[in-house]
Design a protein around this ligand. Structure first.
Ligand code: DGL
Length: 273
């Protein structure tokens, strides 16, 4: 049996990371878990998000994955170390890869970060960026309206565009006269809105998405452990979703440009353990 890479997100956002892993590592099997029933994670407390992560990680262990990708910035910010402490397989988060991608691109040294309330409050990007380059200036803005739009498949409506415009207005204010040249999409759902975000930010600001660098790190870690899949047969991916599987399937298929089957997962306790 081919061991899979397990990928976790609060919903469909991690599909943006899964797509890049599929592109860079086409021989790898993926088991994806989207916790859409409890999305968004952004407004929740760190302890609650950590508890959800532990529950999902326990659940996914039945598939005996060889590596775990926490394809959620919010969960990476608050639970990466706790997850690493309880599993014996490598765990890759999305924040350090996102920070690395931005540091490679910026020329001005002024980097914007947009993410959920929890991610922005945690200052995980500020720390990761300043660890890489202490002189960087980081401007952060929470955009709590974005994840619900994406979870409903609403990327192009006038309502979505207005939400993007209004949510980014405070960042524009902060950035005035500061030559910000990169904006980290610090939530894996945001690439779904990248057309609108880019339209509002203008051509002078490059949007940075952590997917490519996260896939590269996944590949490096698997290589290091001698665990890259050797078979060149088409892998049989597995998508699991705790919320509406039909909606999840529609949004994921559109992004992946491929047909997928989605298995619904119903948490047994109404309190979700
Ligand atoms: N995709 C998650 C992230 O990267 C979204 C979190 C949420 O559900 O609010 O942060």
């Amino acid at each position: 049996m081919q061991q899979a890479i397990a990928i976790i997100d609060s919903g469909v956002g991690g599909i943006t990371v899964a797509k890049e892993i599929m592109r860079q590592l086409p021989q790898e099997k993926i088991v994806y878990f989207g916790d859409s029933a409890r999305s968004p994670y952004g407004p929740r407390k760190p302890e609650e998000i950590t508890r959800f992560m532990m529950q999902i990680v326990r659940y996914l262990m039945r598939f005996q994955p060889k590596l775990l990708v926490i394809a959620c910035n919010t969960a990476t910010a608050v639970a990466l170390e706790q997850v690493r402490a309880v599993v014996s397989i490598p765990v890759v988060g999305v924040i350090c890869p996102g920070a690395r991608a931005a540091v490679k691109k910026t020329k001005s040294g002024v980097i914007g970060v947009i993410g959920t309330e929890c991610t922005v409050r945690s200052q995980a990007y500020d720390e990761a960026l300043k660890d890489l380059s202490p002189k960087l200036q980081v401007l952060s803005q929470a955009c709590p309206r974005f994840v619900p739009l994406v979870e409903h498949g609403d990327f192009h409506s006038s309502h979505a565009l207005q939400a993007v415009r209004e949510s980014l207005a405070p960042l524009h204010q902060q950035a005035q006269g500061k030559s910000m040249d990169c904006l980290i999409l610090g939530c894996t759902h945001y690439p779904f809105l990248q057309g609108a975000i880019s339209g509002v930010m203008g051509s002078g600001v490059e949007l940075i998405n952590s997917a490519e660098e996260t896939a590269r790190e996944t590949s490096t870690v698997l290589h290091h452990h001698g665990q890259l899949a050797k078979s060149w047969e088409q892998p049989d991916h597995h998508f699991l979703c705790s919320g509406n599987p039909v909606l999840f399937q529609r949004i994921a298929q559109e992004w992946l440009n491929a047909n997928i089957q989605v298995t619904p997962v119903v948490w047994h306790s109404p309190k979700y353990v």
